[in-house]
Design a protein around this ligand. Structure first.
Ligand code: ATP
Ligand code: MG
Length: 782
């Protein structure tokens, strides 16, 4: 088997795959085989008997990548790889906490809050504290809390700089207490909990350090500080565990979330990596595509520097199309994709990428209307649809009755005459006693108490009826027994929602098959979990089956962690739609890269400083390098986004690609070099008449596009980021509440620039977030 395993590897790849039990680091560009080396190394270590499947941990970037790795390993190895620790940081942390819930101070049936649940939970805290939601915007607060957690900072560790921030820390503490009370954890908490547990529990730490002899990390450039610290707890430098990391500095695209390319240097130094392995041969893309990638990334200054070559021939030049509108852009994409498909390409080999989720809507509706199957990864996922979330909430309550988020979601859905006042009373009682809503029901008397009691009986009835049933039967029973199915059946617009509930049942069934739960496939053999057959300390598998997670718990986890792999369209060969972030590490024969417009990509928010622009360029590099044979680029002159028509000019990235590799399908005049500055100048001048709202205007008025400084100042603004200060020259502060005579009350999110170029990004209650030029806009602090 060995010879086939190692066949086709080039010498550098071979050296990496067969490295001894020592720290290893590969630094190499896109498509050079990093992930393939990592997977092959696992197979090699196992097949040589250097390690058993329980002694390996592999961290990948997406669930999709983890699945792919498992599939590849299963093909290379003669045994069941399901029990292996292969997953994302979040997925592995979740698994860890399922095994060690007691030590982690969690209830056994703890549930995960997805991002919208998290915002809802934060909102409840803000409300309970009687704070103003316009001042403490739940989404922004949730974001800040996640940031603190990613810095391993608990409320007591945060150094608040002003009264606003002090309040935020109070919210953070109250939110943590609420999650603890309800037995739920958010994404960031998964990571932090495990980190703290490993840090503080010596027995557990020793156990895992002895257990994992090989830890392999893909996409290492995107690990953040906490993840790196977490890794060091599992395999400390100089310890027994060998860490093997692969990464590409040019593909670092999570700096905005605290990821640090510097971790690669730190790793090399702290672990004493003896030989840094570089791979320069690209096996993925044709010449034109690679030329574009190399040219583009060359515009970045902060690089470790490397180039890629390919033997794959030049291939077709990139097709570039500038559409008058987003609608027409979508139509072009659709037609080109169809023609590729007619030419013999499977739809699953065609990806349509965009910078932000909001852009997918118009493409989706074009595809939907034309009846072309597609699958969206990320975005509004199947599991995030309201009716599916309702069903999941019932299922969650079966696992954990103290999950208040789920309780609130369905206590009166379908309607069972439990009014808002009753719920409020219940919340007050829960707050007063520090117990969950479920536990507080007995505190309410009278009619309110009776109707709540009925709800409790309903859930308990569902639980009794589904005990010992298969996952499919449980979901089926809950969909009917909860009254959800009847509710949507009687609703004349409920047909699609009913279909989605049906789909949930199907998803449950296929989940069981895919995951190998079932009669003859034990989920996770107990001896897999330990060292030499010994269970880890505090490990609590199910007494009957040895599983550390019931199929229902695993399914619920899957629903909150997965990134849309099980879209509602079952089994069809479908076009793949996703953001560029979600496409990381993946490859497709043909890729459409849409929305190449200033303000959109590079994104206006990222353009506030030089590092932001470089990160956008790396993102563009990631997008380009997803393609094997064909790459299509497009943009729209006008676009509906967030309820506004916006006019944009061509992305500067188009001008950074080699002309010889591009084939323009629309007239090329009026692009970045010429029209850009002119448009800006116009927009700027008009801006003064528009309460200071400026944007990249094109043939009309300026409408909240890119935060445009004066053209002359543009270079300077990009090249010289304004250092972040607590107090801005304008006298405003981030977090400050202000009043604008047209937009009303808002909160300052960002301040930058100076003098005539000073500008602020402000979140207004009704009008959303806007960039204002401070020399023009009249803002009064309130
Ligand atoms: P990214 O940075 O985008 O994650 P990567 O470096 O991880 O890329 P892989 O996905 O591992 O690259 O490999 C890219 C493609 O090249 C895959 O299809 C892989 O199977 C193929 N490949 C890698 N090495 C070889 C090789 N030695 N011979 C033939 N094909 C190879
Ligand atoms: Mg990879």
């Amino acid at each position: 088997m060995n010879s086939t395993l190692l066949a086709h590897l080039n010498p550098e790849q071979l050296a990496a795959v067969t490295l001894g039990a020592e720290p290893g680091l590969i630094l190499a560009g896109a498509g050079s085989g990093k992930t393939r080396v990592l997977t092959t190394r696992i197979a090699w270590l196992l097949s040589q008997g250097h390690v058993g499947p329980g002694g390996v941990m592999a961290v990948t970037f997406t669930n999709k990548a983890a699945k792919e790795m498992q599939t590849r390993l299963a093909a290379m190895l003669p045994y069941n790889v399901r029990g292996m620790w292969i997953g994302t940081f979040h997925g592995l942390c979740h698994r860890f906490l399922r095994a060690h819930w007691k030590a982690a101070g969690l209830p056994q049936g703890f549930q995960i809050l997805d991002s919208s649940d998290t915002v809802a939970a934060v909102k409840r805290v803000i409300k309970a504290m009687n704070l103003d939601e316009e001042r403490f915007i739940p989404k922004a607060v949730a974001h800040t809390i996640a940031h603190w957690k990613e810095d391993a900072a608990r409320p007591k560790d945060v150094l608040a700089r002003d009264p606003q921030e002090m309040k935020m820390v109070e919210i953070y503490a109250a939110y943590d207490a609420q999650c603890q009370r309800e037995g739920v954890v958010d994404f960031a908490e998964l990571m932090l909990r495990v980190y703290e547990l490993m840090r503080d529990d010596a027995a557990l730490r020793q156990h895992y350090q002895a257990r994992f002899q090989h830890i392999l990390v893909d996409e290492f450039q995107d690990t953040n500080k906490l993840q790196y610290a977490w890794l060091k707890l599992f395999a400390p430098p100089g310890g027994r565990g060998a860490v093997f990391a692969v990464g590409d500095d040019d593909q670092s695209i999570y700096a905005f979330r605290g990821a640090q390319v510097g971790n690669m240097h730190a790793f090399e130094r702290e672990y004493g990596v003896r030989r840094l392995i570089k791979l320069e041969q690209n096996y993925r893309s044709c010449g034109h595509i690679l030329d574009c990638a190399n040219h583009l990334i060359d515009h970045n200054q902060k690089r470790l520097g490397k180039t890629l070559r390919t033997d794959a021939g030049q291939g077709e030049p990139l097709r570039v199309f500038e559409a008058p509108s987003d609608f027409e852009e979508a139509r072009w994409v659709l037609e080109e994709a169809q023609s590729l498909h007619r030419g013999g390409l499977a739809r699953a080999e065609i990806a349509i990428l965009y910078r932000s989720n909001a852009q997918s809507r118009v493409i989706e509706s074009a595809l939907f209307n034309a009846g072309i199957p597609y699958r969206v990864y990320g975005g509004l996922r199947f599991f995030e649809r309201a009716e599916v979330k309702h069903a999941l909430a019932y299922l969650r309550l079966l696992e954990n009755v103290n999950d208040d988020t789920s309780f609130l979601r369905v206590v009166n859905f379908p309607a069972r005459a439990i009014g808002a006042r009753t719920v409020e009373q219940l919340q007050d009682a829960a707050k007063a006693s520090g117990r969950s809503l479920w536990q507080s029901v007995s505190a309410l008397s009278g009619r309110a108490g009776v109707s709540l009691q009925k709800f409790i009986e309903l859930i308990e009835g569902l639980r009794r009826a589904t005990e010992g049933q298969t996952l499919r039967a449980i979901v089926e029973h809950v969909v009917e027994g909860s009254g959800l199915a009847a509710h949507y059946r009687s609703d004349k617009d409920g047909a699609e929602r009913l279909e989605n509930l049906e789909e949930l049942i199907t998803a449950a069934e296929s989940f069981v098959t895919q995951e190998g739960f079932g009669k003859d496939a034990v989920a996770l053999p107990v001896d897999e979990l330990g060292v030499n057959g010994q269970l880890g300390p505090g490990l609590t598998p199910d007494a009957d089956t040895g599983e550390i997670m019931s199929p229902l718990a695993a399914f619920l986890t899957h629903a909150s962690l997965e990134s849309g792999e099980n879209q509602a369209i079952a089994g069809a060969d479908a076009l793949q739609l996703m953001t560029i972030h979600a496409a990381k590490g993946l490859e497709f024969d043909a890729v459409f890269l849409t929305g190449l417009e200033e303000g959109l990509f590079p994104n206006e928010r990222a353009l506030q400083d030089f590092d932001g622009l470089e990160e956008e360029r790396r993102l563009m590099y990631v997008a380009i390098t997803r393609a094997r044979k064909r790459l299509h680029l497009s943009l729209a002159q006008s676009r509906m986004l967030h309820g506004q028509t916006r006019y944009h000019v061509r992305s500067r990235f188009l001008a950074e690609l080699p002309e010889a590799s591009l084939k323009w399908l629309s007239p090329k005049q009026g692009g970045f070099g010429s029209g850009f500055e002119r448009d800006y100048a116009n927009a700027w001048q008009r801006g003064s008449g528009l309460s200071g709202v400026v944007g990249a205007g094109r043939g009309g008025e300026a409408r909240g596009g890119w935060p445009a400084p004066k053209p002359a100042a543009w270079q300077q603004a990009v090249a010289a980021p304004v250092p972040k200060k607590a107090e801005h020259d304008s006298g405003l502060r981030v977090g400050q509440a202000v009043f604008h005579n047209k937009f009303g009350e808002g909160v300052v999110l960002t301040l930058e620039g100076a003098g005539a170029d000073a500008r602020a990004h402000i979140q207004f209650g009704r009008h959303g977030a806007k960039w204002l030029a401070l020399s023009v806009a009249k803002l009064t602090p309130i």
